[in-house]
Design a binder for this molecule. Structure first.
Ligand code: TNX
Length: 616
């Protein structure tokens, strides 16, 4: 007996995971994890028992097994005599569970004999994501899964990632890769920003010029728009759009991953691509328009004429035929009123409709669109500017300029999705203040800031707090030209978002998240060929340490990464000293030494260089 116990302990202690990580490496951290001794040995004889073989979650698991080189037999429990199956060495995936599970919840039980996963609706899919994170391959076809009981469900029903495909266009395979990442981290709403001043990216059959003309710009600004870097343009045409067939393909791909797509058609601002294609949408059709070649906000906006409304209704009708989800995002942000102020038509409309001013006109605009969208059985989402001049009756508000808009909307009884840039949810902001970061729009949203964000403002009563239906990170792509750059900007911050959106507040623990779990997930991404920002080594945050004996303890930001350092003032590289054990420095009196480090991952990705000033 003693020997068996010793053996089990030995098996466990050789395992890299488990031990002192209460969440077993899982991101987002589950609601409850009870760790038990031992492991389930997954091998080619393990039978997968399922009660809903056509379920999307079951199909996803089968695909995962095949892709990962596992050859297990899947058995439909309904079609066989259960008596013939011992439960030994089985993994059961079930939607027919006894007892209670919250919406999207699952229960996962792993012991030495069997694995039982029960889920409610999407919960089975999320349980499979957790299970996949726990399968630690040992040799082809074989893996260990640590024994545990996990009960889990999300904190918020809306867990979103946004992607701007207007400023830069990303093709279908990349969108699928993006959805794969979202699914693995239990995010369930993809906000697809399809139109903007710089490009119209979705085929609309009734108005072919939207893509023929509106999806192309003649050239693109080089460097930062505000003119800090240059006033140069690249003199190279840029374009791209999705056909309706491609859109449908992506919708199905997302559905298979329990992801809803929220399409965004921007109005009345951010519409210059549409206006270039159809100048009659503007208040001055005689003007020459061109699809915008730089970033920022255009003064040319849609004119609230009957012709415009008719065209938008037609466009939205096609959009709603494609997208089955409840929400249609109609933009509503950053609509300068200059063109409306100049227009006799708008002045007359303001007076005919008894509106106060141009803000009232913006409300009138959004209100009309909402009426149409509601008449088709759908709901609108708008950016928080839709509050100005009065909120459309059934609108959901996305609060991006801080939380103020979200708070005001929740107080008015409207649903709110929190996406404040000030909360670290703008993934176009830089990931540190270092000048070594690549070109971004600016701002600073390090991983810790995103992680610390709490979408529920204390200013709301508990009744009002119920209107905070979720949280989302936005990925504006002015300065993201390539898929790799998008991956670099969202990872690892998307891990933090997933924990903000899913994990109960009380379970959040940044040190455990960043140093015990992110390190493992980044190692996985590293092996799978994703791009991501390599954090600096833990313990090397830019800082000043004083004292005459300084002990520096570092740990790698990615499992398997190596840390190199210098004290000669130069930037370290792989030809320098490698950090292996804690370092002791004794800086000369009244002088300081700079310890610089770089972390390099197994695939060769490099962190920025950190700098610690040590002195006495
Ligand atoms: C504001 S957030 C915008 C976008 C820009 C973004 C850059 C929002 C509703 N509008 O048009 O791309 O800032 O961070």
């Amino acid at each position: 007996m003693k020997h068996t116990l010793l053996l089990i302990l030995l098996v466990c202690s050789t395992h890299a995971f488990a031990q002192n990580d209460p969440y077993l490496g899982i991101i987002p951290a589950p609601v409850s994890v009870t760790k038990n001794v031992g492991e389930f040995k997954f091998n080619p004889e393990t039978i997968i028992l399922v009660d809903t073989p056509d379920n999307r979650a079951v199909r996803y698991f089968n695909d995962y097994l095949k892709k990962s080189g596992y050859v297990n037999t899947v058995v439909d429990i309904n079609r066989v005599d259960r008596k013939n199956y011992s439960l030994k060495n089985t993994i059961t995936l079930s939607l027919n569970f006894k007892g209670d599970l919250p919406a999207e919840g699952y229960k996962l039980q792993i012991n030495g004999q069997q694995v039982i996963l029960e889920g409610r609706g999407a919960g089975l899919f999320y349980g499979i994501q957790t299970l996949i994170q726990m399968i630690h391959g040992t040799s082809p076809g074989y893996a260990n899964i640590p024994c545990a009981i996990i009960k889990d469900y999300p904190r918020f029903p809306y867990r979103g990632m946004h992607l701007d495909v207007a400023r830069h266009f990303f093709d279908v395979p990349f969108i699928k890769r993006y959805l794969d990442l979202m699914a693995a981290y239990k995010l369930n709403n993809f906000h697809w920003h399809l139109t903007d001043d710089q490009g119209w990216r979705i085929e609309i059959k009734k108005y072919p010029k939207l893509t023929e003309v509106g999806s192309n710009r003649a050239q693109t600004k080089i460097g930062r728009a505000a003119g800090v870097d240059s006033d140069l343009y690249d003199n190279t045409p840029y374009g791209g759009f999705y056909t309706q067939d491609q859109v449908q393909d992506i919708i199905h791909y997302a559905e298979d991953r329990y992801i809803n797509i929220v399409p965004e058609i921007e109005m009345p601002g951010h519409s210059l691509a549409a206006i270039t294609a159809y100048p009659e949408l503007s208040c001055d059709p005689s003007k020459a328009y061109k699809v915008r070649e730089t970033w920022g906000v255009s003064d040319d906006v849609l004119c609230p004429t009957e012709e415009t409304f008719k065209m938008i209704d037609d466009i939205l009708r096609e959009v709603m035929e494609l997208f089955p989800g409840k929400y249609i995002h109609i933009g509503g942000d950053e609509c300068p009123k200059i063109a409306w102020k100049k227009s006799d038509f708008c002045r007359r409309l303001i007076s005919d409709q008894n509106l106060n001013d141009e803000n009232g006109l913006q409300s009138y605009f959004i209100g009309r669109i909402e009426k149409f969208v509601n008449s088709q059985g759908r709901q609108i989402i708008g950016w928080d500017e839709i509050l100005e001049g009065g909120l459309a009756p059934n609108a959901t508000v996305m609060s991006w300029r801080g939380e103020g808009g979200g708070i005001a909307a929740a107080q008015l009884g409207h649903d709110v999705i929190m996406t404040p840039g000030s909360g670290g949810l703008y993934f176009d902001h830089a990931q540190s203040k270092s000048p070594q970061e690549p070109l971004t729009i600016g701002g600073n949203a390090p991983l810790a800031k995103t992680y610390a964000y709490d979408p529920v403002p204390a200013a709301l009563t508990s009744e009002q707090q119920k209107h905070i239906i979720g949280v989302q990170a936005n990925v504006w792509t002015e300065y993201m030209t390539t898929p790799s750059k998008v991956e670099y900007m969202i990872l690892p911050r998307m891990f933090a978002l997933s924990e903000v959106a899913w994990t109960p507040k009380g379970n959040k623990d940044y040190k455990n998240f960043s140093q015990q779990r992110v390190t493992k997930h980044l190692a996985k991404l590293d092996a799978e060929g994703y791009d991501y920002r390599v954090p600096i080594a833990y313990g090397s945050d830019d800082t000043t340490i004083s004292g005459d004996k300084i002990n520096v303890v570092l740990s790698p930001p990615v499992d398997g990464a190596k840390i190199y350092y210098t004290i000669d003032g130069y930037n370290p590289r792989e030809t320098d000293l490698e950090y292996k054990t804690p370092l002791l420095f004794t800086p000369p009196e009244h002088k300081s030494i700079h310890l610089k480090t770089i972390s390099i991952t197994p695939s060769g990705k490099r962190s920025i260089v950190s700098d610690i000033k040590m002195g006495n």
